[in-house]
Design a protein around this ligand. Sequence first.
Ligand SMILES: [Zn+2]
Length: 327
Amino acid sequence: MPTMDPYEVLGVPRNASDADVKKAYRRMARKNHPDVNPGDPAAHKKFQEIAAAYEILKDPERRARYDRFGDLGDARGEAPPPGAPPPYGGSRPGAGFRWSGDLGDLFSDIFSGGGGFAGSPFPEEEDAAAALTVSFRDAVLGGTVTFSTRIPRRCSRCRGTGRSGKSACPACHGAGSVVESETLSVRIPAGVDTGSKIRLPGKGRTEGGDLYLSITVEPHPYFGRQGDDILAEVPVTVSEAYLGAEVDVPTIRGPVRARIPEGTQAGQRFRLKGRGIENARLGTTGDHYYRVRVVMPETVAPEGRELAEAFAGLYRQNPRAKLPTRL
Ligand SMILES: [Zn+2]
């Protein structure tokens, strides 16, 4: 679940009435309530998602906001105080930042005019948008990213009209806005994913506007991700898989000693509960899943050949016996 879609979570269409939303919430909350699913972490997680989705959809302002901008990451959208210390190993100047010059389709509605979204004290043309690429590490553990950006600011000389009397404003040459460079520090909450948005209050086109950052997360060469779960692969030897072993499984917060049971099959999947992403926004924690990859010795030696032939006699049946013969 990269970014929670409250409509999807509650299973209602985007045009569902308030009554339908409430009905869906009650039905799903009853079904997944922790009291009726004791000791079922999946149901508990689902229940929290349902509650979070309903929080958004029951509030007309938040719902309208979601409809326009999607999930804004940190629900409160608070920026850290300037100069706040980076919690994870320092800031990364210019961390893969790119300014989306024409703002792209994602944000076209922010500048489309029309008097602002429900509940906002500011007209939407005071906002600005930019894209920010963050490292896998910052996305899953949280962190602070410092980057330089260019924001089109409303021209203070002509107040955005582009005119100076009967001629073009000399400061903005009639554009009404001036592109300003600024170095910003943004706190990335743990659990952001590609498509998440982060709001920087007061950093929009005017002091009253906000800057919306659209987040792209760089892939990691080893760790994969599915929502807040981490997916990875652990190579083991033939004897470790056959006899069982204790191995160090790399996780996003360091290695975890785990037991591979005897008779483990290649491709078998195991879970390290709670070793996934601690999602700062949802308050939930994902799991770490790893798949076992059985690695053959690099060389084929006579003694290995004998052992392999002995192995061949241990199968109760042909491992391909249950395959279909054709389409
Ligand atoms: Zn001007």
